[in-house]
Design a protein around this ligand. Structure first.
Ligand code: CIR
Length: 283
């Protein structure tokens, strides 16, 4: 792996939380057709997932991110969703423990990769469960949503790890029946979040400018701000038009097949801004 270790001292993290120069993704395995899902709307097609994944990687690269592509893991159908078994920051990485039992082994697969890339790699204790899909990075701190995948022990252990990296966080609730906290929201800029009405109603985003996805397009809430653009699932024209009208540079990305296994746009990458490309005052 050619990426040098991140060396930012704790507490001196970059001011922007959506400026990235590096990302890690994993090629979909053929077994992706057996990926976990809450409601069965039919298996995704392998070719379709590969096409959507390729387009996603291309969109990250076009946004100015250097993408490292890991090999597929046939034993783990959901392993292309690298966001869930780990968290990464310029200051270091944290190995998580997925609450979904079939995904637990993904951590041991990604651990050596992260140990090669990051100088500091922390780990949750074994009794703790947390998935990256429940973690939203904001300029006000890291929000950790409790869900069926992230329990309180996991969220508290994660807060402790974040503290070791010089970061702060808060524990919040995910609406009942929603897979992950970020299934229902994403950060659009330093002040603004895109959210479903049901999540915003909880008051969790008080203090942010809250932009609500139009009714019927709830699945569009899992967008992804990367540098100057916002990746938005292509199947949600009202959300795309709304964000476009608000001045965001929207890049539509097809998610029809990965959507069949409950995935959106944040879950297919781990993103960070390398310490070497950051200096104080640089956004
Ligand atoms: C799962 O249920 O774990 C996968 N089928 C989907 C994971 C999506 N992850 C994410 O949004 N962070």
């Amino acid at each position: 792996m050619s990426v040098p270790p991140a060396t930012l001292p704790p507490g001196t993290f970059p001011s922007s939380v959506f400026r990235f120069d590096s990302a890690l993704v994993r090629t979909p395995a053929r077994s992706v057709v057996h990926g976990l899902r809450a409601d069965d709307r039919g298996d995704p097609s392998y070719d379709g997932v590969v096409r959507e994944h390729d387009a996603y990687v291309a969109a990250l690269r076009a946004a100015g991110v250097e993408v490292t592509v890991l090999p597929p893991l046939e034993a783990f159908p959901d392993s292309l969703f690298v966001e869930d078994p780990a968290l990464v920051f310029a200051e270091g990485a944290i190995l998580l423990h997925p609450g979904a039992a079939p995904r637990a082994g993904e951590v041991a697969e990604i651990a050596p990769v992260l140990r090669e890339m990051f100088g500091t790699v922390l780990e949750l204790p074994s009794a703790a469960h947390a998935e990256g899909g429940d973690v939203l990075l904001t300029p006000k701190g890291v929000m950790i949503g409790l869900s069926a995948r992230t329990d309180r022990v996991g969220a508290e252990a994660l807060l402790a790890c974040l503290g070791q990296l010089g970061r702060t966080g808060t524990i919040v609730e995910t609406p009942a029946g929603v897979l992950h906290f970020k299934t229902d929201c994403s950060l659009l800029d330093e002040d603004s979040v895109l959210s479903t009405r049901r999540l915003a109603r909880s008051g969790v985003f008080d203090g942010f400018r809250q932009i609500l996805v139009p009714d019927g397009e709830e699945a569009a809430a899992n967008a992804l701000r990367v540098n100057d653009v916002v990746l938005v699932a292509a199947g949600f024209p009202k959300t795309i038009a709304m964000l476009d009208g608000l001045g965001y540079r929207v890049v539509p990305v097809e998610t029809t097949e990965i959507g069949r296994i409950d995935a959106g746009l944040s879950c297919m990458s781990l993103r960070w801004r390398h310490a070497a490309s950051w200096s104080p005052g640089k956004a």
